[in-house]
Design a protein around this ligand. Sequence first.
Ligand SMILES: Nc1ncnc2c1ncn2[C@@H]1O[C@H](COP(=O)(O)OP(=O)(O)O)[C@@H](O)[C@H]1O
Ligand SMILES: N[C@@H](CCC(=O)OP(=O)(O)O)C(=O)O
Length: 266
Amino acid sequence: MGLYQNRIVVKVGTSTLTNDMGQNDLRSFDRLACVLSDVQNMGYEIILVSSGAIAVGTNKLQLKTRPTSMRLKQAAAAVGQCSIMYLYDKFFNDYDKTIAQILLNAEDMEIEEKKGNLTNTFDTLLEMSIIPVVNENDSVSYTEIESEDRLFGDNDMLSAVVAVLCKAQKLVILSDIDGFYDSDPRLHPNSKLIERITSINEEVQSLAGGAGSRRGTGGMKTKLQAAKLATTQGIDTIITNGKNPSALYEIIRGGNVGTLFVGKHL
Ligand SMILES: Nc1ncnc2c1ncn2[C@@H]1O[C@H](COP(=O)(O)OP(=O)(O)O)[C@@H](O)[C@H]1O
Ligand SMILES: N[C@@H](CCC(=O)OP(=O)(O)O)C(=O)O
C-alpha cells in the first residue's frame, strides 16, 4: 500500500484537552492549533482525531460528574462536540487555518460505498489545505463510549482506522504521558520509557494497563491495539505527551520522541 509521505494523523485524548478540574484546557487547544497549523505550513497534510466531546459537554452542562447513563453521555457528547469545534475553529482561525468536522461510526468503514465517500471527502479537504477534525459520532453510536472491544472501541482505534483509510505515513497519538513504559508509571514510579518497539507481541501487550485518569478511556491497551493496526499497514506510530505538541517538529525530522512503533516494511 503506497502511503502519502507528507500525510500525518494526530490523535489527541480527553486528558490533554481538559485539566484535572475537568475544565477545558485552553492552552492545550491553542498550542495544538499553533503547532498543527505551522506543520501544515511546512508542507504536511494534517488530520486531527480529537476526543473530549463527553468531558467538554459534561463541563458545559455543569454536571458534577461524568455521566454514567448512555443517554446522558450521548447528550453530553452532542453538546461537547459543538463546543470543541467552536474552540478549534477559534484557535485555528488565529493561525489562518480552516477546519472541517467529520463524525464517523464503525459501520461507515464496513460499507465500500461509504468508505469511498469518506476517502473522497478527506482527500478533497486536504487538497484544499483544510484540517479535518474527526471524532466518533457518539449520538448515533455507542461502541466507543460503551465498549473497549469493538472495532473502534476508543478514539485510539478510530485514529488508526483513519490513518489506514487515508494512507497516512505517520500516526501520532498525543496522551497525558510521555510514551509507552514497561509498566504503568502511575502505579509503578520506577517504570522506564521504551523508545522503540518493532513488534507488538504478547510480551509488549502484557505491559499495557488501562486508563490513568477518570477522564481518559482505554489507557495504553487501546493505544497498543491502534499501533498494531497502523504498523501492520506500514504506518509509523508515535505515542507522546500532548502537553508538548511541539514534539511534532522533532517527529517529522525523524528524531526520538516518546515511543516509536515502527511501521512494517510492506
Ligand atoms: N505501560 C504503560 N505506559 C504508559 N502509560 C500507561 C501504561 N499502562 C497504562 N498506562 C496509563 O495510560 C494512561 C493514558 O491513557 P488514557 O488515560 O486513556 O489517556 P488519553 O486521554 O490520552 O487517551 C496513562 O496516563 C497511564 O496511566
Ligand atoms: N468520542 C468520545 C471519545 C472518548 C475517548 O476515546 O477518549 P480518550 O481515551 O481520551 O481518547 C468523546 O469525544 O468524548
